[in-house]
Design a protein around this ligand. Structure first.
Ligand code: NAD
Length: 541
C-alpha cells in the first residue's frame, strides 16, 4: 500500500483547508487545536507535516522530539510563533502562505488610513456616547496627499495601487528594489528611508520585522517627518516605536496613528494607546476576512502536501532559493554533484576549512542553491555526526566554521556545463578538487580529480588508486585483484608529475584485506573504495 502522509493541524483553521486535506487519498489528518506544549511535544514526531496559525508556539522544546516531522507550514504570514532556527537545525522546512492574505491586509491598511484621516473611530465612539460633535471630527481627504509606502512587497504594492485609485501621490522605500519607479511609473522609489520621510503626509509600513526594521520609526527618524504626519502600521508590532510615537502624538509631530499590530499582543489593559484621542487601533485584523482565512488555509495545505510529496516547494522561509521542480538537465547535475561529493569525500582526511562550488552553464543558475545543498549533504554526511539534510546542511556547516562559496560562472568560450567542487582543509593550503561535466549524451562524467585529467562515468563500485608513475603498476593492480577474484570492468588512468591516478570500475567489491594488500605494495600511495549508485538510463532533454 502507498505510504500515508500524516498531517497534524495544531490550530483552528478554516474548514476549506482541512477539507482539502481530508479529500486526499494518501493523507491522514489529525485536527487538534489547543494542545499544551507537553501534549504537542509528545505527538509531534508521529506526523510528517504540521499546520499552524499563530495560536500555538512551536518552540525548540516542542521540536526536541520532532521524529519524522519534515515540514511546518504557517497558514498566514508571520512565523514568529515558530522557532525557525530550531526547525532548521532539525532539518525541518518552515513555510508560510503569505500571498493568500495580501488583498485582505492591503484593504485593511487602506481602511485604517481612511478611518484615521476622517476620524471615523472616534466619531462613532462619540455618537455611541450620545454625542453629535461635528466640528471636532473634521478631517483631511486623501486625494492630492503624498503617501509613503515603506516596504514595497506584496502588501505594500497592493496598498499603493489603491492609493493611486484615490488620486494620491505615492512614494515608496524598499532597499531590495533598484528600479527608480514601480507600478508603470506611478510610484517613485526613494533611495533611503529618511530621504522619503520629509515628503510624505501619510506613512504606511509593510515590512517584515527584523533587526533592520525594528524601531524604524522612532524619535530619531520622526525628526525627518513632516509636522503632523499620519502613520499606519499593519505590518508587525515593533516596526514603529510605540512610546516614541506616543510622545510625537502629544507634541503634534505625529498627527494620528492607526495600528493593527503591537509590540506585545494583546497589549496590556492600561496601554496608553487604548484611550488616546489620536490613535485608532484594530486587534491584528489585517488578514481576518473569510476570504483570506479560506485562502490561507487551502494554500497552506496545498504547499505542505506538495513538499511532502516532493512535488514542489513554495513559501519556504528557511531554505530560500531551493527548488524541487528541476528540469532534466538540472536533475542530472544534482545527481552528478552527489556522485562527485561521494568520490572526493573519502580523500578529505583533515578538517574542512572551506568548500567552493562552481557551476558553469546558464541553465544551471536557477538550480544553484539546490545543487549546492545536495552537494553539501553528500560531502558532509561522512564528516558531520548530526543528521543532515538539504534544510539544515548550511546551518550545520556554518556552525562548524566551514566556509561556503557557491559561484555561477559565465564562460562563453565553453559550451559545456560543468560543476567543480573544491575542498580546502582547515588551516592549510591543501585542496581537494573534482570536476564533472554532462555533455549532450546526458551522461555524468568526471573530467578531473585533484589535477588528474580523465574521462570517466562515475557509477557502481569503484576503486581509486594513486601510485608512483612507473612501469608495472597496472599489472600489479590487475594481479592483486585477479588473485582476489575481483574483475576490473573499466579503468581510467591519468598522470601528473611522477604520480598517476587509476580509477577502476569493478564488478565485485574487493574486501578490506585485498585493499590492504594493495596498499602495502611498493609504489602504491593511496587506495580508496567508493560504491556509487548504478547509473540509470539517461533522460533525454
Ligand atoms: P513581502 O515579503 O511581500 O514584502 C515585504 C517587503 O519589505 C519586501 O519587498 C522587502 O524587500 C521589504 N523590506 C525588507 N526590509 C526592508 C527595510 N529595511 N526597509 C524597507 N523595506 C524592507 O511581505 P508582505 O506579504 O507584503 O507582508 C508585509 C508585512 O505585513 C509583513 O510584516 C507581514 O508579517 C505583515 N502582515 C500583517 C498582517 C496583519 O494581519 N496585519 C497580515 C499579513 C501580513
Amino acid at each position: 500500500m502507498e505510504r500515508q502522509i500524516h498531517i497534524l493541524a495544531a490550530d483552528a483553521l478554516a474548514e476549506e483547508g482541512l477539507e482539502f486535506i481530508r479529500e486526499q487519498p494518501d493523507t491522514v489528518l489529525a485536527h487538534k487545536p489547543g494542545l499544551s506544549a507537553a501534549e504537542l511535544s509528545a505527538i509531534i514526531g508521529d506526523y510528517d507535516g504540521l499546520i499552524v496559525r499563530s495560536g500555538v508556539q512551536i518552540t525548540s522544546e516542542v521540536l526536541a522530539s520532532s521524529g519524522k516531522l519534515r515540514a511546518i507550514v504557517r497558514a498566514g504570514v508571520g512565523v514568529d510563533n515558530i522557532d525557525v532556527d530550531a526547525a532548521t537545525a532539525k532539518g525541518i522546512v518552515v513555510m508560510n502562505s503569505a500571498e493568500a492574505s495580501t488583498t485582505s491586509t492591503a484593504e485593511h491598511a487602506f481602511a485604517l488610513m481612511l478611518a484615521l484621516t476622517r476620524h471615523i473611530g472616534h466619531a462613532y465612539v462619540n455618537f455611541r456616547g450620545g454625542g453629535w460633535d461635528r466640528s471636532q471630527f473634521s478631517g483631511n481627504q486623501l486625494s492630492g496627499k503624498t503617501l509613503g509606502v515603506i516596504g514595497f512587497g506584496r502588501i505594500g504594492q497592493a496598498v499603493a495601487a489603491r492609493a493611486i485609485a484615490f488620486e494620491m501621490n505615492v512614494l515608496a522605500y524598499d532597499p531590495f528594489i533598484n528600479a527608480p519607479t514601480m507600478l508603470d511609473g506611478r510610484v517613485k522609489m526613494c533611495k533611503g528611508f529618511t530621504a522619503l520621510l520629509p515628503h510624505a503626509d501619510i506613512l504606511t509600513f509593510h515590512v517584515p520585522l527584523n533587526d533592520q526594521t525594528r524601531n524604524m520609526l522612532s524619535a530619531e527618524t520622526l525628526e525627518h517627518c513632516r509636522q503632523g504626519v499620519m502613520v499606519v502600521n499593519a505590518s508587525r508590532g515593533g516596526v514603529v516605536n510605540e512610546s516614541d510615537l506616543l510622545a510625537a502624538l502629544d507634541s503634534g509631530v505625529c498627527g494620528g496613528l492607526a495600528i493593527d499590530v503591537f509590540e506585545t499582543e494583546p497589549p496590556p489593559a492600561d496601554h496608553p494607546m487604548r484611550d488616546h484621542p489620536r490613535v485608532l487601533v484594530t486587534p491584528h485584523l489585517g488578514a481576518s476576512t473569510r476570504e483570506a482565512q479560506e485562502a490561507v488555509s487551502v494554500a497552506a495545505a496545498k504547499s505542505l502536501l506538495a513538499f511532502l510529496r516532493d512535488e514542489g516547494l513554495s513559501g519556504a522561509v528557511n531554505i530560500a532559493g531551493f527548488r524541487v521542480d528541476l528540469d532534466p538537465i538540472q536533475c542530472g547535475f544534482v545527481d552528478l554533484a552527489r556522485r562527485m561529493a561521494q568520490l572526493i569525500g573519502p580523500m578529505i582526511t583533515a578538517g574542512i576549512g572551506e568548500i567552493t562550488i562552481e557551476l558553469q552553464g546558464d541553465d544551471l543558475t536557477a538550480a544553484a542553491t539546490t545543487i549546492e545543498r545536495h552537494t553539501l549533504v553528500a560531502l558532509l554526511s561522512g564528516h558531520i555526526e548530526a543528521d543532515i539534510n538539504v534544510i539544515n546542511v548550511r546551518q550545520a556547516a556554518e556552525r562548524r566554521g566551514i566556509g561556503l562559496r557557491t559561484m555561477t560562472l559565465d564562460d562563453e568560450k565553453n559550451d559545456w556545463r560543468q560543476l567543480s567542487i573544491t575542498v580546502q582543509s582547515c588551516g592549510t593550503e591543501r585542496e581537494r578538487r573534482i570536476v564533472g561535466r554532462i555533455y549532450d549524451d546526458n551522461r555524468p562524467r568526471i573530467v578531473e580529480i585533484n589535477g588528474y585529467h580523465m574521462d570517466m562515468i562515475p557509477s557502481g563500485a569503484m576503486v581509486m588508486i594513486q601510485n608512483d608513475d612507473r612501469p608495472g603498476m597496472i599489472g600489479l593492480v590487475g594481479t592483486t585483484f585477479g588473485a582476489a577474484n575481483v574483475n576490473i570492468a573499466d579503468m581510467a588512468i591519468s598522470r601528473r608529475g611522477d604520480t598517476a591516478l587509476m580509477v577502476l570500475k569493478i564488478d565485485d567489491e574487493p574486501d578490506d584485506a585485498t585493499l590492504q594488500l594493495l596498499r602495502d605494495q611498493c609504489g602504491i600511495l593511496k587506495v580508496a573504495k567508493i560504491v556509487l549508485a548504478p547509473l540509470l538510463e539517461p533522460s533525454s532533454g
